[in-house]
Design a protein around this ligand. Structure first.
Ligand code: SAM
Ligand code: SF4
Length: 332
C-alpha cells in the first residue's frame, strides 16, 4: 500500500518522482556533459547499492511513485541489477525507469525487463558513426543501435530516445532522428543544452539550438499534433500524425517548466538536490550513515528538505556557469 504523498513544497507542488544518480562514471565522455579529463569520486563517497535501495524505500513510504536510475552511466556500475531487482520488489513503486547511453543494453535489456523496469530512455545524438564518436568522444554508434533494438525486442512499455541538439554539430539530423524513431514505433525527445559544469569543448551560447527551431525544421517532413497526454517529465509532447511516435521537447531555456515540477534528484554522493538549476541540497548520506537500520530520521530529513525546494531554475547561457557540478554527478 502506498501512502499519500507527504512531500508537498511551499509552492504546493507534490513531489512524486525521484531520480537517483547511481554513479558518476561513464564509458562515454559526451561533449556537453563532461570535460575531456574528468576526475571521478572515490568509491567510499558513493552511496552503496544497499543505501540506494534504503533511500528508495524512504521515498516510497513518503508517497513517491516513480524512481528513475541515471548517472553517469547507470549500467556500468558493478552489480547494478541488484538495485533494480531490490527496488522492483518494493511496494508503492508504480514506475521504475532508467536513462542510459545504450552501450550495455545488448546484454542487459532482458534482465532489466525481468527486474521490473517499465520504460527506458536511451540517448542518441547522431546516426552518423564518425559524428557520434565525435559527440561522445569515445562512443561507438553500432553498439548503441543494437542496444536500442534489443530494448525494443524485449518489450519495454515505452522506449524513448533523448537527443541533445547543438548548432553546427548535429542540428541538421533532427529529421533523420525523428524518422529513425518513427520507423521503430518509439518516442524521441530533443533537449536544449543546459550550462552544467565547465566543459571546454564548445561555447554553449553559440551552440544553442532552440526547441522552437527544431519544431520548425521538422515541419517540412512531419505533421506534429500537440499532445494532451500528461507525463511526469518536463517534455512538451507532440504526436507525429499517422504514427505511434511522440516527439518531446525539453526546453529549459525557451520554456520554463518549473511550475509543474514534481521531482527531486539524489546525487551520486547522496546529496538530495532540490532543483537541477540551483544549489539547494541536503546531505542524506550523513543521515543514512548516522542512523543504521532506522528509516524515520531519513524520512524526516527528506520532509524537511522539501521545504527549501526553490521556485524555479535560473540558467544563463552567456555568463560563466553558475552551477559547477556536471550533469553526470547530478543525474540527467
Ligand atoms: N549516461 C546516461 C545517458 O547518457 O543517457 C544517463 C545520464 S545522462 C547525464 C542523462 C541525460 O542528460 C542524457 O540524455 C544526456 O544527453 C543529458 N545531458 C547531459 N549533459 C547535458 C547538458 N549539459 N544539457 C542537457 N542535457 C544533458
Ligand atoms: Fe555519459 Fe550520459 Fe554524460 Fe554522455 S550524457 S557522458 S553517456 S553520463
Amino acid at each position: 500500500m502506498n501512502s499519500p504523498t507527504q512531500l508537498i513544497d511551499q509552492f504546493n507542488r507534490k513531489i512524486t518522482y525521484v531520480r537517483l544518480s547511481v554513479t558518476d562514471r561513464c564509458d562515454f565522455r559526451c561533449v556537453y556533459c563532461m570535460s575531456e579529463k574528468m576526475t571521478f569520486l572515490p568509491r567510499a563517497q558513493l552511496l552503496t547499492l544497499e543505501e540506494l535501495e534504503w533511500l528508495g524505500r524512504a521515498f516510497l513510504e513518503l508517497g513517491v511513485t516513480k524512481i528513475r536510475l541515471t548517472g553517469g552511466e547507470p549500467l556500468v556500475r558493478h552489480n547494478i541489477l541488484q538495485l533494480f531487482q531490490g527496488l522492483g520488489r518494493l511496494s508503492g513503486l508504480k514506475e521504475l525507469v532508467l536513462t542510459t547511453n545504450g552501450s550495455q543494453l545488448i546484454k542487459m535489456a532482458q534482465p532489466l525487463k525481468a527486474a521490473g523496469v517499465k520504460r527506458i530512455n536511451i540517448s542518441l545524438d547522431s546516426l552518423n558513426p564518425a559524428r557520434f564518436q565525435n559527440m561522445t568522444r569515445v562512443g561507438k554508434l553500432e553498439g548503441v543501435l543494437r542496444g536500442i533494438d534489443a530494448a525494443i525486442q524485449v518489450g519495454f512499455e515505452r522506449v524513448k530516445l533523448n537527443a541533445v541538439i547543438l548548432k553546427n554539430r548535429n542540428h541538421d539530423e533532427v529529421i533523420d532522428l525523428v524518422q529513425f524513431a518513427v520507423n521503430r514505433g518509439i518516442d524521441i525527445s530533443f533537449i536544449e543544452e543546459m550550462p552544467l559544469g565547465t566543459i571546454g569543448s564548445h561555447d554553449r551560447a553559440e551552440a544553442f539550438y532552440a526547441s522552437e527551431q527544431i519544431r520548425d525544421d521538422l515541419k517540412s517532413s512531419f505533421t506534429l499534433i500537440p499532445s494532451t497526454e500528461k507525463t511526469a517529465g518536463p517534455s512538451k509532447y507532440y504526436r507525429v500524425a499517422h504514427t505511434d511516435t511522440r516527439v518531446g521537447f525539453i526546453s529549459p531555456h525557451s520554456h520554463n517548466f518549473c511550475d509543474t515540477c514534481n521531482r527531486v534528484r539524489v546525487t551520486t554522493e547522496g546529496r538530495l538536490l532540490l532543483c537541477l538549476g540551483q544549489e539547494h541540497s541536503v546531505d542524506l548520506r550523513r543521515v543514512i550513515r548516522a542512523n543504521p537500520g532506522d528509516i524515520e530520521p531519513l524520512k524526516q530529513a527528506i520532509i524537511k528538505a522539501i521545504a527549501i525546494k526553490p521556485q524555479k531554475h535560473d540558467f544563463e547561457l552567456d555568463s560563466a556557469p553558475q552551477i559547477l557540478r556536471y550533469m553526470n554527478m547530478t543525474g540527467g
